[in-house]
Design a protein around this ligand. Structure first.
Ligand SMILES: Cc1cc2nc3c(=O)[nH]c(=O)nc-3n(C[C@H](O)[C@H](O)[C@H](O)COP(=O)(O)O)c2cc1C
Length: 380
């Protein structure tokens, strides 16, 4: 997307809009006020003592952008190209499950908002609408499918096939959630959106899952059983590689050696992520992991990033440290809770504008130039 200061589009961000909170801190506070405590806590919280959750944000403060000037930034091109597909901005929609806990029809709302600005909607495995329903309701706009492996491998292969048939562009296998993290807030509140059935559509509409159900077996109990898949191994990824034509991304990679192994396994891209601090507490922050992984995979390998992105300046830093694009997570869940599809459109539009402004003010006319910016690392 080319935005230009000549036509005034850079100034859109100062137009007085409505009651939608501009800063993510206010957005989070408003969502906290609007949502039941256990629902807000489920979204906000991290695993364990939340060390990783805090580190994800703190790490951004270690880096400072050294901007370049006098470069004529009257036109800024925010578009990116990943595996031959062009998208308008260097951000995508992170897969977030169970969003029916905050909205009646979350998946159509988010997919629509993403399609309206041509950024990929990465659908979670645990949504309240299936991939077939989403691709029918929102046929336009790029869609990727995030796959949680199943204990029964055949269900995973079946879901991958369905994503291919439903016109999805890529499969994102999340590798850091083989079992659920130690989530103290959810335990305190005895809260499980999964048990409420908010994430069952992709399973109940899967023929292999249906076939695997034993007589009178409860669907949700079987989904929970399948979601635990500690046996996941590179062999499964190799098998999936054989079975689908779609590019495969691995989400949750933090170690450079795993990144190298992913390339050997024929993987098309990686999402450097620690799941927003919701899985293993005490891990390295995502941003800390990023430079070493970029070094390990080389300059051309598609690298996405999430965990801690809140503003345009964060996006600039992640790109300058080696990401090709970032995934926006919690903020859009809060926006959805507050104002439904309009809220999600608003947060996407705000981030898009913030990225354009931040690019211009850093002296980068293209995403490629963002990657060449110099960052100063604080000696903390
Ligand atoms: C409520 C919630 C549900 C999530 N569900 C999924 C999911 O279904 N699949 C997945 O791969 N990641 C899931 N994630 C992780 C996000 O995709 C992303 O990695 C994380 O939100 C990034 O951290 P941030 O939101 O702090 O930026 C979830 C995150 C949250 C907050």
């Amino acid at each position: 997307m080319v935005t230009s200061s000549k036509d005034g589009s850079f100034l859109e961000h100062i137009t007085i809009q409505d009651s939608f909170p501009i800063g993510v801190e206010q957005l989070e506070a408003a969502a906290k006020h609007a949502l039941p405590e256990e629902v807000f806590s489920h979204i906000r919280s991290g695993a364990g003592g939340e060390e990783t959750l805090r580190k994800n944000r703190a790490e951004f403060k270690k880096y400072s952008i050294i901007p370049r000037f006098l470069r004529n930034v009257s036109e800024v091109d925010t578009s990116i190209c990943i595996l031959g597909n062009e998208y308008a901005y260097p951000f995508m929609v992170a897969p977030i499950g169970h969003l029916k806990m905050v909205h009646e029809e979350p998946d159509f709302a988010i997919a629509n908002a993403a399609a309206s600005i041509n950024i990929p909607y990465i659908q979670s495995t645990v949504t309240s609408r299936s991939m077939e329903e989403i691709s029918k309701a929102v046929p336009h706009g790029p869609k990727w499918f995030q796959l949680y492996w199943s204990k029964n491998d055949a269900i995973s292969y079946s879901m991958a096939k369905r994503a291919e048939n439903a016109g999805y562009e890529a499969i994102v296998v999340t590798v850091d959630t083989t079992i659920l993290g130690w989530r103290e807030d959810d335990m305190r509140h005895q809260y499980s959106p999964l048990k409420k059935g908010y994430g069952k559509a992709n399973y109940v509409q899967d023929p292999v899952f249906q076939e695997s159900l034993k007589k009178d077996q409860d669907e949700i109990a079987s989904i929970i059983e399948n979601l635990h898949h500690p046996h996941l191994h590179w062999n499964n990824i190799a098998e999936l590689r054989q079975r689908t034509k779609l590019p495969i991304f691995l989400k949750g990679i933090l170690h450079p050696e795993d990144a190298k192994q992913a390339i050997k396994a024929g993987i098309s891209g990686i999402v450097v992520s620690n799941h927003g601090g919701r899985q293993m507490d005490g891990t390295i922050s995502s941003l800390e992991a990023l430079p070493a992984i970029r070094k390990a995979v080389g300059s051309d390998f598609p690298l996405l990033f999430d965990s801690g992105i809140r503003r345009g300046a964060d996006v600039i830093k992640a790109l300058a440290l080696g990401a090709d694009a970032i995934l926006l997570g919690r903020p859009y869940a809060y926006a959805l809770a507050l104002q439904g599809e309009t809220g999600v459109q608003r947060i996407f539009a705000n981030l898009a504008q913030d990225i354009s402004v931040s690019m211009a003010l850093s002296g980068a006319r293209t995403v490629k130039e963002v990657k060449q910016l110099t960052l100063k690392v604080a000696d903390i």
